[in-house]
Structure formats: C-alpha cells, structure tokens
Design a protein around this ligand. Structure first.
Ligand SMILES: Nc1nc2c(ncn2[C@@H]2O[C@H](COP(=O)(O)OP(=O)(O)OP(=O)(O)O)[C@@H](O)[C@H]2O)c(=O)[nH]1
Length: 877
C-alpha cells in the first residue's frame, strides 16, 4: 500500500482530519498537518495504538517473526615478537555480530492485508467519488457555460430585434414625414389651383364681356343696316309686284329666305354682275353650323345614321374611314361607334332609351293605376347591426309575440319577411337581418326597404358592422331608427352608444338630431312597443302610399327550389293587390300563381301593398331583388322573360365595367355631372381622414368624387358588397382584401386599388378624373386673307383674288368666309395659288388666288379666315 496523507486516511476512516491527527499524536506518530504523509509502518503503529486504547488484547508485534541479521567484520591485528629481531605478524580477526529482528505474525499479516485492502478499496471508492464529483463539477461548468452562451445569444437576438424595431419606427416616422410633406405639397398645389381658377374666372369674365361688346356692336350695326335698307326700299318707285319684291329681297319661291345670300347673288342669278362692290347682304344673324342632338339606339346602320344627321352616307363612311374602319352603307354600327361618329361630325349624341318588353308591359299596367286613389301603405323595415348585437333576437321576438292571425298551434314560418299589426298600423319586416340581403337588392336596383333599424348593443357600442349599417342606409338614402338593445344588462351604457353614433353623424333627437333612439331588450321585450311606435311615426312622416286596387307589382325578397313544391319565391307587394291565379313576370321567370301563402303557412287569396307572400307556380327560381309584375298575357310574359335573360347578362357586364377607374372616361358626356364613388379602407384613422378629405376635394363642376364609405381595417366581403351596390371603386391604403372579399371582387369584377403612399392614391384618382374630363377643341385663327376681286373661270370655277393681311393661309386648314365680320360660310379650300402655281401656304403681305370648295358666292370685301383646331386636355382647375 502506498503512502497516504492524513486527510485521505481520515476520509477513508470516516473521521475528521483533526481527530486523526489527535490519534496519531497520541500514538506517537508525528503529523503536523493534514497533508503530511503516513507510511505503512505508521498506519500499523496507529492500528496497534487504537487497538490498545480500545481494550483489545495487545498483540506484541515483536518478536513475532524472528529475522536474524548477521554482519561479519574482519580486522587485522599486528603482533610484534620479542627475540632480538623485530618481527611483526598480522593476525586476521573475524568479528561476527548477530542481530535478531522479529516481524508480525502470519495472521496479523493477513489482517493487515485485509485492512489494507479495505483501505485501498475505500480509497478507490473515494477516488471514484472524487472523479464523479469532478465530472459533476465539469458538467455543471459546461452547463453554466452553455447557459452563458445561450444568454449571450438571447441578448444578441434581443438587441437585433430592438434594432429592427427601432429601424421600423424610424422608417414609419420617415413615411409619416413624407406623408406630411405630400399633404403639404397637396395643400400648396390646391392653393395654386385655387389661384389659377380665380384668375381663369376673371379672364373668362373679361372675355365674355368683350364678346358681349362685340355682339352688341354687331347688333347695332345690323339694326342700322336694316333701317337703311328699309329707307331705300321706301325710296324705290312703287308699282313693283309684291312677289317680285320678295324675290329681290332674297326669298325663294316658297317664301323662305335664302341663307346668307344677297339678293341677286344666288347661284341662279349668276348671270348678273359678280362684283357689285356693294357690301350689303341679306342676313342678319351669324350662320353657325347647326348642331343636332341625335338619339342613338344600340345598333344603327350607316345609312340610317346619315339620315338622322341629314347628311350623305358617304360622309359617315368617310369619318369611319378616318377612324380606321372600312364599312358599307348598310352595315350596322354599335352604339358607341355611332356616338363617336356623331360627335366627330360636330353633333351631339344621346343613348336612345331602349324600352324592354317588360318596360312596355309595366307601362301598360301602370296606365291602369290611378295615382289619385293611392292610400297609405305599411312601411317595410330592414334590421342591421353588428354581429351578436341582437338582430335575430329582435326579429324573432317581434315575430313570435306580434305576428297575428296565428292559427292555434300554427307555426310561423321563415319566409324572408313578415308583417305585424300594431295599434298604429301594419309594419312589414324583412326577416333576413344583415347587410347582405339589403345590398344584394340594392345591387339589383331594387329599393324595397323604407326604414332601417340599426341595432346597437348597449354593452358594446358602435362596432365595425354598425358603421357599415350606417353607410348602407345612408348610401341608399333610407332613414334610420336606432334600437339600443340589451338595456336589461347591468353594463348597458346608452349614453356611450349615443355618443359613438353622434360621432358618425347619427344624432339622437334628444341631442338635436333627427334620429329616433329607442332603448329595447330583445330578451325581455322591454321597449319593443316603443320601437314599433317609432317605426309607425317615421312611416307617417314619410307618407308612404300605394294604390291598392290595381294589378300588383313588387320585389322578390327570397327564393328557393323546393323538392315538392318547385320554385318558391317570397315576394313583397309594392303596389296593387297580388291574387291567386295571377300571371306574373318575375325577371327571367314567369308563371301563373298556383298558390299564395302567408308567413303563418296559411293559404291566402290575395296580398296588398307592403305585404309579403310566398308564391308557387313560377317557371324557375327568380333572383332576390328581381321585380315582379302581373301581366295579362302568358305569351308576352314568356317573351319578356326571355329578353330579360339576355339583357341581364349584358347589363351585368356593363355595370361592372363602368365602375372601373380606367373606364370612367366612357361615362363622361352621358351624364351632366360624373359621379365617382370611392370606398376607402386604411390602416389607421389618420390616413382614413386624410384620404377622405383629399379625395373628395378633387371634385369640381364636372366630376363629383364621393367617398361613400371609409374605415380602418382590411377590406371585407361587406365592403366589397357595398362597393358593388354603389358602383364604387375600392381604395385599400396599407390594407388588403380578405379571402372572401377577394373572391367577391373577382367574381363581380370590381375595381380595387392598393396604395401605400397617400399622395400616390390622390394622384392616381386625380389623374383618372382629369382623364375623364377629356379634351376640348379650341380654335385658333392662323391667317386672314382679304378678298380684293372675284374671277370666274371655266377651268377653276370661282376664284377670289386675295391679299393675306395677317398670319398665314394654309391650303389644308379649314376656313370661314366672313362678310362684315359675320361668318357666312365654313368649309375647306379647293385651291390656293400664287400666280400660276399651287402652293401649300401663303404668308402675310402676299397676294394669292383662293378657290373655296362648294361655295361660289365669295365677294370682294369678304375676308377668308384660316384656322386651326387644337385639342387641349381639360384640367381640374
Ligand atoms: N341580455 C340580453 N341578451 C340579448 C339581447 N338580445 C340578444 N341577446 C343575446 O345576444 C346574443 C346574440 O343575439 P343574436 O340575436 O343572435 O344577435 P345577432 O345580431 O342576430 O347576431 P348574428 O346573427 O351573429 O349577426 C344571443 O345570445 C342573445 O340571446 C338582449 O336584449 N339582452
């Protein structure tokens, strides 16, 4: 066994090092510190001592096993002899020393060995323990290290995140700054435009005044000329026949006055002197080209169009050729092309209102209606509001408690509408709450609702769909009544609802507004009667009337295909009385009413104005929002239904196209003022307001830009539906359309634009609107030639010998012939010559010969004005 330190031995023995040192010193083994080494002998000695001290039999360790140690030493002893002669002798002495050492006995040795082995084992265990501790320590260190690394990484990531956030914030601030700058730029631009506008207005006024002065001068001149002429006529000898006098005065044999031609100078009188030198002529008014207004049907042939315009078909063909179209005289032109041709020829075109077969039938049935007999009819009410605010509960409560005529045990049916009878009169409710049904009908041009009930939960206040409801009602121009619902709840806060709604321009009557706010609970029924009273009151104010005793017309509210009953349609009668057995035309469908059913499932014989009823017997399922009409003749109904089917498809496409920003251009000219509806959604309220203000300020005399709805958040399906119903363009500012909205937009082919910079959004709308304004043609006089003499030649016809007094006269430009500053002819040049050469232009101060196309009556003293037509883009200022 190797030597161990005091500490190690103490650990093996399981005692403290101090205790062991005490024992060692008691055993006489020197040990000063824990690190002193203890030899094997010392351990044995300690063992013996301990045994002794613990009263065990002292086993002597010596002599136990005798070990004899012998050491031999040799010495030489020198001895001197005594006989006269010295004689020395060396004697070798060998000294043998013997030492006996005793060792432990066999058993003791075995015991010692055993103890040694135990100690060794304990030591090994201790070593293993130490190694394990060391390993654990190492692992702990590793863990700590990893933890530190992780923390460091985390800190770095957080730093990177913070950096990114800071950058994003900076970017946002920069964008905001840019927006501010853009707004400022816009404001400056608007101020500049305002200034320009003011200047233009004053210039225009000045121009008008000048023009008026000129006209006055001309009128004065004409008056004095007429007076002179009269004087002359009176001075002429009497005796001439009246007819002769008329002829001389330039009248035709039919008594009409020949335009712009002086007596004796019409073509028939060519024999007479050509250059009388007199400036007198027979017109009193400027002869401007006659502008006709022509109604263009969907299709028109070239020859018919020419007839409408009273011109030759060849002239129409020529215009079309200039437009790049080669057509024949009998070729039909579509409406748009025909309108272009008409405008190109300087006339005005209108789309002819096409009467459909259904229109004719409607007109016929309306002829029978005597408006004088109109009676008060019940109001039709639609309920709108945010999700879970209690629309369905309200409708259910009213239906379950108020629907009368319920047969015993009868079950009210959901047929899309129902009516209730109150003390103040009947009210009809559209039983499909929400915006979808409302907008679907509006999109089809059917306005069935008279009053909108806006349900707002008193514990929740104004929510996104509440705002939508307001917008829908406003866009449709339908009055609203606010039902503040859930007032039974403790947390109900009616004032907050009022405040919120007032902020959206829905101001309660008790706050000086015009909207009735009724507190209700669809759960307990509290206030429901008040609500019904409010509806009746509103209806009374609106004076809703209809003629009861006439054939019925109305709207389809809901429709479906029933396995057993076939097509089922819930209709709401608007006018007249619908009867069982009536033949009705309903959009693309028609049929005789086989059965008429009310909301209680009971068969009825008839339904009057504002009363809903289920109709069975139609040829197919009509669309909600379709108008229905009672017709007398089945054949007519079938034909009208067929025509409707074809037209419906076209109309749908047209309406979708019309709402596109790029297509707005084509709407121009068809309406007195173009309406551009926009639906704006943005990421923050600030942008919403900025966009709304800036976009609406684009409006001018010709274009009305209206933001029909604006709000914060993504573009929803409801937004898209509202846009479709109002033909609005959707503007998304830093927001996107959700999936349902995207699908609807795609399906309905709506116009959607995304922007992230306000200025760009404004700019694009502005550009489109400016584009819509189109161009205007301005005329510029480029030269004036004074007619000095007139020659007639068989080869060249009538040639005016002229001196160009101003500018330049060009061969290919249009001209006007002026006599005493009055236009007497507008046309083209036939020829322009200098001496004997044909030339393209003649400048001021130069003489030339001018032949005017199709006009032979040019006279000396006339002026030939050469002008240019320039197309100028109209701008918003
Ligand atoms: N306390 C209380 N709860 C009501 C009242 N009206 C409706 N509720 C509850 O409000 C929840 C929503 O009501 P609905 O009628 O389904 O609301 P909604 O507006 O039709 O909801 P959607 O159909 O999802 O648009 C239901 O749990 C009703 O029981 C009311 O006046 N008072």
């Amino acid at each position: 066994m190797s030597d161990v330190t005091v500490k190690q031995l103490a650990d093996v023995l399981g005692i403290t090092a101090e205790k062991l040192m005490e024992q060692l010193s008691s055993a006489g083994i020197p040990a000063k510190s824990e690190d002193d080494t203890i030899s094997n002998e010392s351990k044995v000695k300690l063992l013996e001592f301990l045994r002794g001290s613990h009263g065990k039999e002292k086993k002597s360790l010596s002599p136990r096993k005798k070990v004899v140690l012998k050491r031999k030493s040799k010495e030489v002893l020198r001895v001197t002899s005594g006989s006269g002669v010295a004689k020395t002798k060396n004697i070798n002495i060998e000294v043998k020393k013997k030492k006996v050492v005793t060792g432990p006995s066999q058993s003791e040795m075995a015991e010692i060995e055993k103890e040694r082995l135990e100690a060794q084992k304990a030591l090994d265990d201790r070593k293993a323990q130490l190694a394990a501790e060391e390993q654990a320590k190492k692992e702990a260190e590793d863990r700590l290290k990893n933890q530190q690394i992780e923390e460091q990484q985390k800190a770095e990531e957080e730093k990177a995140k913070a950096d990114a956030e800071r950058e994003a914030l900076e970017k946002e601030q920069k964008e905001l700054q840019e927006q501010d700058e853009a707004q400022q730029k816009l404001a400056e631009e608007q101020a500049r435009l305002e200034k320009l506008k003011a200047e233009t207005v004053s210039k225009e006024e000045e121009r008008k005044k000048r023009h008026e002065d000129l006209v006055n001068q001309q009128v004065q001149k004409a008056i004095s000329e007429r007076a002179n002429r009269k004087k002359k006529e009176q001075a002429q000898p009497a005796g001439r026949g009246r007819g002769k006098t008329d002829r001389d005065a330039g009248k035709t044999r039919y008594g009409r006055k020949q335009l712009h031609v002086q007596p004796g100078q019409n073509r028939g009188d060519r024999r007479r002197h050509v250059s009388s030198g007199s400036s007198e002529h027979g017109f009193q008014k400027p002869a401007a080209p006659v502008v006709k207004t022509v109604a263009i049907p969907e299709n028109i042939t070239v020859s018919d169009l020419a007839k409408e315009l009273s011109i030759k078909a060849a002239d129409v063909i020529k215009v079309l050729m200039n437009m790049g179209m080669m057509v024949t005289i009998n070729q039909p032109l579509d409406q748009d092309t025909a309108i272009l041709v008409v405008e190109e020829l300087g006339h005005k075109a209108e789309e002819a209102v096409v009467q459909t077969k259904a229109d004719i039938l409607k007109e016929e049935s309306q002829k029978e209606v005597d408006e004088e007999n109109a009676e008060i009819r019940p109001p039709v009410v639609t309920v709108m509001g945010h999700v879970d605010h209690g629309k369905t509960s309200l409708l259910d409560y009213i239906r379950e408690t108020k629907v009368t005529d319920k047969e015993a045990g009868g079950i009210t049916q959901h047929i899309g509408a129902y009516h209730v009878e109150t003390e103040k009169g009947v009210i009809s409710f559209i039983d499909t709450p929400g915006h979808a049904a409302f907008t679907a009908m509006r999109a089809r041009g059917a306005q069935v609702t008279d009053i909108v009930i806006l349900v707002v939960a008193a514990n929740d206040g104004v929510m996104p769909q509440t705002k939508e409801g307001i917008e829908h009602a406003k866009a449709a121009g339908v009055p609203m009544i606010v039902a503040v619902n859930k007032v039974d709840l403790q947390e109900a806060n009616v004032d907050k609802v009022k405040q919120d709604l007032a902020a959206h321009e829905v101001v309660p009557e008790d706050w000086g507004g015009d909207v009735q706010f009724i507190e209700v609970s669809a759960l307990t029924g509290q206030g429901i009667d008040n609500l019904l009273d409010a509806i009746s009151l509103q209806a009374e104010v609106m004076e809703l009337k209809a003629v009861k005793d006439s054939s019925a017309s109305g709207i389809v509210v809901e429709s479906s295909l029933d396995k057993g009953r076939g097509p089922v349609a819930t209709v709401l009668v608007k006018n007249g009385t619908l009867k069982k057995g009536d033949m009705i035309l309903c959009g693309e469908q028609f049929g005789r009413i086989r059965s008429l059913i009310d909301e209680n499932g009971a068969e009825i014989e008839s339904a009057g104005p504002s009363i809903p009823a289920v109709v069975l017997g139609l040829s197919g399922v009509p669309i909600a929002g379709d108008e229905f009409l009672v017709v007398k003749n089945k054949k007519h109904a079938r034909e009208a239904a067929q025509e409707h089917r074809e037209r419906e498809r076209e109309t749908r496409l047209k309406r979708q196209q019309a709402a596109k920003l790029e297509n707005l251009m084509s709407q121009m000219g068809k309406e007195a003022k173009l309406n551009v509806n926009l639906l704006v959604k943005a990421d923050v309220q600030g942008s919403v307001e900025a966009l709304r203000e800036s976009l609406e300020s684009i409006s001018n005399d010709e274009v009305d830009v209206k933001v029909i709805s604006a709000g914060v958040g993504g573009i929803t399906n409801a937004d898209a539906q509202l846009a479709a119903a109002s033909s609005a363009i959707i503007i998304g500012f830093n927001v996107r359309a959700d999936k349902a909205a995207r699908e609807f937009i795609k399906e309905s082919d709506l116009d959607l634009h995304y922007f992230s910079i306000i200025y760009e959004a404004i700019d694009q709308v502005k550009q489109s609107v400016t584009g819509i304004l189109g161009t205007e043609v301005r005329e510029e006089i480029i030269g004036i030639a004074d007619v000095k003499d007139v020659f007639r030649s068989s080869k060249f016809g009538t040639i005016a010998g002229c001196l160009v007094s101003e500018g330049v006269v060009k061969r290919d430009n249009p001209i006007r012939v002026l006599r005493d500053n009055v236009v007497i002819f507008e046309g083209e040049l036939e020829s322009l010559r200098r001496h004997k050469d044909d030339v393209n232009e003649v400048r001021s101060g130069t003489e030339c010969g001018i032949g005017v196309k199709q006009y032979k009556d040019v006279q000396p003293g006339d002026q030939i004005e050469c002008f240019e037509r320039i197309e100028v883009q109209k701008t918003l200022d």
